[in-house]
Structure formats: C-alpha cells, structure tokens
Ligand binder design. Sequence first.
Ligand code: ADP
Ligand code: TYD
Length: 210
Amino acid sequence: MRAVTPGLFISLEGIDGSGKSTQAKGLAAWLRRQGRDPVLTREPGGAPGAEEIRRLLVEGDPDRWSPETEILLFTAARRDHLERTIRPALAAGRDVITDRFADSTRVYQGATRGDLRGLVDDIHARVIGIEPDLTLILDIDPEIALARGLARRSGEDRFEDFGLAFQKKLHEGFRALARQAPRRCVLIDANRATEAIAADIIACVAKRLG
Ligand code: ADP
Ligand code: TYD
C-alpha cells in the first residue's frame, strides 16, 4: 500500500473579530479549487464533545472561570478535537484549517491575567504535543476588531466583554508570539479589505505547498 502524505496543518489566530472565520472559509475554498480536500474546523470545538465544552467557555459572566480553570477546559476541548478530527484528517492526507489552536491559549490564558505561560506550555507539551505547520496571525487594530465583533452580538461574547484594554493586551501577545516562532507564524495585516487579506494568505499557503 502506498503511504499517504499527511495534509498541511494550518491555524488562523488573532483577536476576537479579526476576520479569522471569514478568511478560514476563503482559504478552504481556494484549497478545494486546487483539487485538495481540506477540513475546516475551529476551537474551542471542532468535535462533538469539544463543542459541549465550548458552551461552558464562551457563554456567561467574564469572571465565571479563573485563568487556570480555563487552561484546563480549553485543553480538554483541544485534546478531543485532536483525537477525533485533526489527527484522523491529517493521517488521511487531508489539509486541516483550524480557526484557533494552542496559540490562543498561550495568549488569552497565558499572557493577559498574570503570567501563566509556563503552565500553558507544560500542559500543552504533556497532552497536545503538536504545532501547526503554518500559523497565520491576523493582525488588526483592536478598536476595529472589537467594533466588528460586538456588532455581531452572537451570544458568545464572554471574551469580548473583557473590553478594549484586554483586546489590546491580546494584540501585543499575538505579536510577541510571532516574534518567538518566526518559522511557523506569519503576521498578516488584517486592517484591509477581505480580498487583500485573502490574497496574502493564499500566497503564504501556496509557498508552503511548494
Ligand atoms: P473572527 O472569526 O476573527 O471573530 P469574523 O471573520 O467572524 O472574525 O469577522 C468578524 C466580523 O467582521 C464579521 O461580521 C465579518 O463579516 C466582518 N469582517 C471580516 N473580515 C472583514 C474585513 N476585512 N473588512 C470588514 N469586515 C470584515
Ligand atoms: P472564537 O469562537 O474564535 O471567537 P471569535 O470569533 O470572537 O474570535 O473563540 C471563542 C473565544 O474563546 C474567543 O474569545 C477566544 C477564546 N479562546 C481562549 O481564550 N483560549 C483558547 O485557547 C481558545 C481556543 C479560545
């Protein structure tokens, strides 16, 4: 039997309302036009059990969980997502595009409410242990992103409800992460029209696909 070449594992990251889900859909459509068969997924969620955990995390009061409890819940959801969706798809040769992955935990839980980055990294190493091949960080002015996100009022606004100062910290956190992992992470200027952002993303992915 011929060995299957694993698919490309891509994550989209950025603050709330930065355009991740819009761009994830566009990228999946482009990959399909190239004759590939991508799986488009998201975190928290991406598998039935993980979607149940998602509801606990994105609804309710901002102070519902401590950062430590959040790390455990997001990681539990991620492990389920990895076991049931990501690993089987990659093993079958399919590309995976995920709207958020571990970098969100590094920034949201690891760098905004005290320094918990060490705890995030330890838990990640023990129970997740993989990184995407490519991480596209949508870099946007937090005021623009917050206005876009809250305009949606999706009922999943627990993190938006932490406010602008929190979004500014997140923005800095994602930029710092891009500096720490320059081979994996690419910063994309997301203050522009959807099509311009999509063109940059496609150029990055096309390069990785060789
Ligand atoms: P995220 O998944 O990062 O929260 P979305 O893709 O859901 O972001 O976008 C948030 C809102 O902003 C949506 O209403 C979407 O239609 C809109 N939006 C996305 N990209 C752009 C863009 N480049 N310019 C203007 N509005 C955008
Ligand atoms: P998401 O649905 O991507 O929200 P948005 O469309 O507003 O960007 O994610 C839900 C929220 O969960 C979002 O505010 C970010 C937060 N989050 C974390 O705090 N840690 C994590 O590890 C992940 C995956 C998400």
